[in-house]
Design a protein around this ligand. Structure first.
Ligand code: GLY
Ligand code: MN
Ligand code: MN
Length: 437
């Protein structure tokens, strides 16, 4: 179910087709990060690099040279080394990069200083995303400065640097059929994990135990890592948007908010569900929950080609403001309250973000200053919430400390949208039924 070799080749070809003819692109792989002393965090490849290669080793460099007769796609990577492989795992080496990953040419990373200036020399443009990797920025400048130092011998340094993101991130925004298959799978696995957390939830267990349930379910389905640190916040912890301590006891009568999604073959899912620890919503919890759900459903209805990015968000603002007025948490005229942004005391984020290889995926939200139109192949989250701070003395006590978010992943289709995460219930009655079973 992985991305095929030919799709990676198509992606590179599409990108090179948009590059200036007399140019070169440099895309570095990620570097391993130390966690403590001599142990590392689990390695996560750079998404741009992975998107173009499928190559999952650190410290490689992809070089694209459109029109180069001896091969347009070149990879610098770690050489084979039986001793290092015995200790730290397998390497493909340059030979594997060509044979298994479809590179035109590949060299050991140790040769890059010698070879790369020659590839850059004479090119008008370098496509490179400066400012994300200090060490690599300095190496790029050293290669260019090396060419500059040779000007008197006729060498021609590049005229300008262009951020590769303008081309590549626009390309990544539109998901192929194969990418959508992987994202569907990431959605299914994550949905199953949330169902399992609802089944295993009991008063007096701990937030970290539900985090464990989520992680175990991901791994059982081939997704070893979450796409972001799982959030399991019970009671007022749910009002902290990125609460990741996950250490408190689950108390009877509280809600618990879980925001967790797996990464499957490089693609993220991002689901939030909020449910009662005891299995039964209180009247206040249920009232606010139903407002959030109504807002989420109204927003999903707005996800279709031709609508603009802000329309789903605006729909959530209308429903949430109306709902807060009806329940007495806001007072005043609906239109005025929306204009003033009064809902922001309770709903302080936007309705969603692009989703893909990165959980907050790449791609512009505005074009020429205007919200962009939704188009088939785009994937986004829809995740409204209501969070009543435990310190909000402007509302009656019974509402304080309730935090609710409902989040699904939605792909724009030709006629509307497809929800990738619909296998986990979000209707309050359905949640209670699942928890009772
Ligand atoms: N899990 C982060 C977010 O929902 O944006
Ligand atoms: Mn989320
Ligand atoms: Mn999200």
């Amino acid at each position: 179910m992985k991305i095929s070799k030919s799709e990676y080749a198509r992606r590179r070809k599409q990108l090179m087709g948009m590059m200036d003819p007399n140019s070169i692109a440099l895309i570095p792989a990620a570097h391993e990060c130390t966690r403590s002393r001599d142990t590392e965090y689990p390695f996560r490849q750079d998404s741009d690099f992975l998107y173009l290669t499928g190559f999952n080793e650190p410290d490689a460099v992809l070089v694209l040279v459109p029109g180069r007769r001896h091969g347009q796609v070149i990879l610098f990577c770690r050489d084979r080394d039986p001793e290092k492989e015995l200790w730290n795992g397998y390497r493909s080496g340059p030979e594997g990069a060509v044979n298994e990953f479809g590179m035109d040419d590949a060299f050991p990373d140790g040769d890059i200083d010698e070879i790369l200036p020659g590839l850059i020399e004479g090119k008008q443009h370098i496509y490179y995303s400066m400012g994300h990797n200090d060490a690599f920025d300095r190496r790029v400048m050293a290669w260019v400065n090396h060419i500059r130092s040779q000007i008197r011998t006729g060498a021609k340094p590049p005229g300008d640097f262009t951020d590769l993101a303008f081309l590549l991130h626009e390309q990544r925004l539109f998901k192929s059929a194969a990418e959508l298959r992987l994202m569907r799978k990431a959605g299914e696995i994550s949905a199953e994990a949330h169902c399992q957390a609802m089944r295993e939830c009991q008063p007096d267990r701990f937030e970290y135990q539900l985090e464990g349930t989520i992680a175990r379910t991901f791994a059982e389905h081939g997704a070893r890592f979450p796409a972001y640190n799982s959030i399991v916040g019970s009671g007022a912890n749910a009002c902290v948007l990125h609460y990741v301590e996950n250490r408190d006891k689950l108390r009877d009568g509280d809600l618990v908010l879980i925001d967790a999604g797996c990464e499957y073959e490089g693609y993220a899912a991002d689901i939030t569900r909020t449910f009662p620890v005891s299995g039964k919503f209180s009247p206040e919890q249920r009232a606010l929950y139903d407002v959030v759900l109504k807002a989420q459903l109204a927003a999903i209805k707005k996800v279709k080609p031709g609508n603009t990015w802000n329309q789903p968000h605006d729909a959530t603002v209308r429903v949430i403001t109306r709902g807060l007025i009806d329940l007495g948490l806001l007072k005043g005229d609906e239109k005025e309250l929306i204009k003033e942004g009064a809902y922001r005391d309770f709903y302080m984020h936007t309705a969603g973000h692009w989703l893909g290889m990165d959980v907050h995926d790449v791609g512009d939200y505005r074009i020429d200053g205007k919200w962009r139109q939704l188009e088939p192949g785009m994937v986004l989250t829809i995740e409204p919430g209501i969070y009543v701070s435990p310190n909000n003395t402007k509302v009656p006590k019974k509402w304080r400390g309730i935090g609710i978010r409902i989040e699904d992943d939605v792909a724009v289709t030709a006629n509307g949208c497809e929800i990738l995460t619909s296998d986990v219930p979000k209707n309050a009655d359905e949640i209670e039924a699942l928890m009772a079973s």
